[in-house]
Design a binder for this molecule. Structure first.
Ligand SMILES: Cc1cc2nc3c(=O)[nH]c(=O)nc-3n(C[C@H](O)[C@H](O)[C@H](O)COP(=O)(O)OP(=O)(O)OC[C@H]3O[C@@H](n4cnc5c(N)ncnc54)[C@H](O)[C@@H]3O)c2cc1C
Length: 408
């Protein structure tokens, strides 16, 4: 093993999705020196894959209380109420912060466009075009670069141990067997939920980025951090089954928000398409298990998502305009979703639980914070669509500020 130079910082941030980058920017704003280590390129991860949008109670008819209640109920009341409350009440400010960094949320006639998605009682989903996550990553990446945080790309956290009144991290740059040491007073773990790693171990598909492996979560648990709802995994209801080139791609929730309906092989509807994700996913699994599903040319089972219903409901050209990204992806694979239904089946998507945190994103390990998909307690046993991007910003910022305060 080659030993390269060591580094020292007030705050070490592990991972650079929405949570890690929000934490890094916030720790710098609070005056801390920051090193970010991230497995591949800055900003790579699940955040950039998010298409649907981000929830926040900013509508005229909406309230923080309603956002809280929808989130808590959808999570089967298993979440920590104070974490859910903090998420909901911080929503509008998180959106303003993202706007201040340059995220342009879609507006109609000057007013924010808001959609109602599964499990939400109000129109609460904001979008930045059709790829909200990618827009967030673009803005956050620029903010991290401008913040003066030191960024070590292609560098994975390999080990972490307490040292004095802080932490000593062993990191692996470039995957070439070399190691560097970073000493930090406080650490923010923002390495995501790692569900792709779990899916691969089970031999099933997932929507997750290749970096989404659970070694950082496991490392923290091995150090004695408390976890919660760790094995509660969410399936995305509408993973694409066919064409083969798009197998596992998740058709965004907005398809159903715009009116696409789900049908069994006989064309019968069988679920409220705007129910929470776990309800919709389970209904699809049950229909297929009962022998009422349809099958792809290779025999893979699924149910029909009636995407042509979107234009029937909203007028010709609506899909091409509002769902251009999805429309084009399918067109390239030889399917026109305005004319043909799409075969879908649930696919592994999100780890509902993770490391237990408090309202300041502190884990049970002293000086160690966690935010985003690696953390648990915010979503309970089922996450509402759009709440994860919000979680990365709300708790990422709190983690960054908390870590900077510890370092002070
Ligand atoms: C296809 C898809 C669509 C989605 N759509 C939506 C949506 O519309 N709305 C919504 O709210 N949520 C959505 N989600 C969920 C949401 O995007 C994620 O849960 C959230 O962005 C996770 O953010 P994060 O920062 O915690 O993790 P990530 O964005 O996954 O970032 C984790 C970071 O940690 C790094 N990392 C991993 N291991 C290590 C290591 N050992 N050392 C150093 N770095 C490491 C990774 O490289 C990455 O930079 C979607 C998810 C997917 C996959």
């Amino acid at each position: 093993m080659t030993s390269l130079s060591d580094a020292r910082a007030d705050v070490l941030v592990v991972g650079s999705g929405g949570a890690g980058m929000s934490a890094a920017v916030s720790a710098r704003e609070a005056g801390a020196s920051v090193v970010v280590v991230t497995k591949s390129a800055l900003g790579a991860g699940n955040t950039g894959r998010a298409q649907g949008g981000i929830q926040a109670a900013v509508g005229d008819d909406d309230t923080v209380e309603s956002h809280y209640e929808d989130t808590f109920a959808a999570g089967h009341r298993a979440a920590r109420p104070e974490l859910v409350r903090r998420l909901a009440e911080s929503g509008p400010e998180a959106i303003r912060w993202l706007e201040s960094l340059g995220v342009a949320f879609t507006r109609d006639g000057g007013r924010l466009r808001l959609l109602r998605c599964g499990g939400a009682s109000r129109r609460r989903l904001l979008q930045a075009g059709e790829r909200t996550g990618a827009e967030m990553v673009k803005a956050l990446r620029a903010a991290v670069r401008a913040s003066g945080a030191e960024v070590w790309e292609s560098t994975a956290l390999a080990d972490l141990e307490p040292e004095g009144d802080g932490w000593r991290a062993l990191v692996a740059p470039g995957g070439n067997g070399s190691r560097r040491t970073v000493r930090a007073r406080a650490v923010v773990l923002a390495a995501g939920g790692g569900l792709r790693g779990e899916a691969e171990a089970l031999g099933v598909g997932s929507t997750n980025h290749p970096d989404a492996t659970p070694e950082v979560l496991r490392l923290a648990l091995a150090l004695g951090a408390q976890g919660r709802e760790l094995d509660s995994w969410q399936r995305h209801p509408t993973g694409s089954v066919w064409p083969e080139a798009l197998a596992g791609y998740a058709l965004p929730e907005t398809t159903r928000a715009y009116g696409a309906t789900l049908h069994d092989a006989d064309g019968e509807r069988f679920v409220d398409e705007l129910a929470p994700r776990d309800v919709v996913a389970q209904a699809i699994i049950d229909v297929v298990a009962a022998g009422r599903g349809a099958a792809a040319p290779d025999g893979a089972p699924g149910v029909w998502l009636d995407t042509p219903a979107i234009d029937r409901l909203n007028g010709d050209g609506f899909t091409a305009d509002r769902l251009a990204y999805v429309h084009n992806r399918y067109r390239k694979a030889g399917v026109d979703i305005t004319r043909e239904r799409v075969l879908v089946y649930p696919v592994l998507h999100y780890r509902n639980g993770g490391l237990a945190i408090d309202e300041d994103a502190a884990t049970t390990l002293p000086g160690v914070f966690a935010a985003g998909e690696i953390a648990g307690g915010v979503h309970g046993a089922n996450r509402l669509m759009g709440n994860s991007l919000l979680d990365t910003v709300v708790y990422g910022r709190r983690a960054g500020r908390g870590a900077a305060a510890v370092a002070r």
